[in-house]
Design a protein around this ligand. Structure first.
Ligand SMILES: O=c1[nH]c(=O)c2[nH]c(=O)[nH]c2[nH]1
Length: 297
């Protein structure tokens, strides 16, 4: 008889918006929450017995009920509450994995006292993934779609050249990328004090952007390592950072045919193909756990 391999189930992409009303000042948390549960689920696959199956519909309801009962302090805190609930309340459920995408809203400043108008931020999407097996936690947070550019302080030269190489060496180029990153917290058990998740996110983003801006870059690889190192060196709660950085190439346009000199001013922004630079930066002595392919996380 064929054997059942890894399996998980749950409701994906529960869109939950929580408004907290502090008088006339309102606060928004806007999340996309995906629940994946696993445990003693052989029977439902082998015979169709649903005796161990908490319906995916119930997992959806739990997300909404928890938004009311526990509030949404941070994506991480919310995910931790949910994961703990599923594992501790249902015997057959051994592991819960909660993924959260968070969309941020910026307040529209108005002259009056009211503070209930918002504009969706066009910047990054914040991410977290919580995994709980009843004894230890793994929290991997991150972001995607954070587009950044340096209009100078980037070079690329001295690379290998073979008979197919045509790329001219660049001594002053644009460096642009759309950052996708994940970072793993070293908080793993309830006995340790949990990090301040909101402050941690703000600081990680600040260090990431600071290192991108400050690094005089000889390659995107070097910039990536600088960004990761800045986080590891400044944030003791984080042991591992992974980046996937598409090199958003900007090619100088040849304006000679029009009798014009292009003095590093006019570029063609290519969307594909793109160089894809990916790496993990780790605290010394730590084993990597973030998957190599971030699209799987
Ligand atoms: O920063 C870069 N790294 C590369 O590996 C590379 N390869 C390439 O063609 N351009 C670049 N730029």
């Amino acid at each position: 008889m064929p054997i059942l391999g890894q399996n998980q189930y749950g409701k994906s992409e529960n869109r939950v918006v929580k408004i907290t009303r502090d008088g006339a000042t309102h606060h928004i948390k806007d999340l996309n929450v995906s629940v994946a549960l696993s445990g003693d689920m052989e029977e439902v696959h082998y015979s169709g017995s649903n005796a161990n199956v908490l319906p995916t519909d119930t997992t959806k309801n739990t997300v909404y009920a928890f938004a009311k009962e526990h509030g949404i302090e941070s994506s991480e805190q919310f995910g931790i509450h949910l994961a703990r609930h599923f594992v501790t309340s249902q015997e057959p459920i051994r592991t819960a994995r909660i993924r959260v995408e968070e969309y941020s809203w910026e307040r529209i400043e108005t002259p009056g006292e009211d503070a209930h108008s918002f504009v969706r931020q066009g910047q990054e999407t914040r991410l977290t993934q919580i995994t709980y097996d009843g004894s230890s936690w793994e929290v991997v947070s991150g972001l995607k779609d954070l587009t950044v550019m340096n209009s100078t302080n980037s070079e690329f030269w001295g690379y290998v050249k073979d008979k197919y190489t045509t790329l001219p060496e660049a001594y002053d180029r644009i460096l642009a990328t759309e950052v996708s990153s994940r970072w793993r917290f070293n908080w793993t058990d309830d006995a340790q004090e949990a990090p301040d998740w909101e402050e941690s996110y703000r600081q990680v983003k600040k260090h990431m952007l600071g290192a991108f801006a400050d690094t005089y870059s000889l390659s995107l690889q070097q910039t990536l390592y600088a960004m990761g190192s800045r986080i590891i060196e400044n944030r003791t709660e984080i042991d591992e950072v992974r980046f996937s950085l598409p090199n958003k190439h900007h090619f100088l346009v040849d304006l000679e045919p029009f009798g014009l000199k292009n003095d590093n001013e006019v570029y063609f922004a290519a969307d594909r193909p793109y160089g894809l630079i990916e790496a993990t930066v780790l605290r010394d002595g730590v084993e990597p756990r973030i998957p190599v392919d971030l699209t799987n996380l």
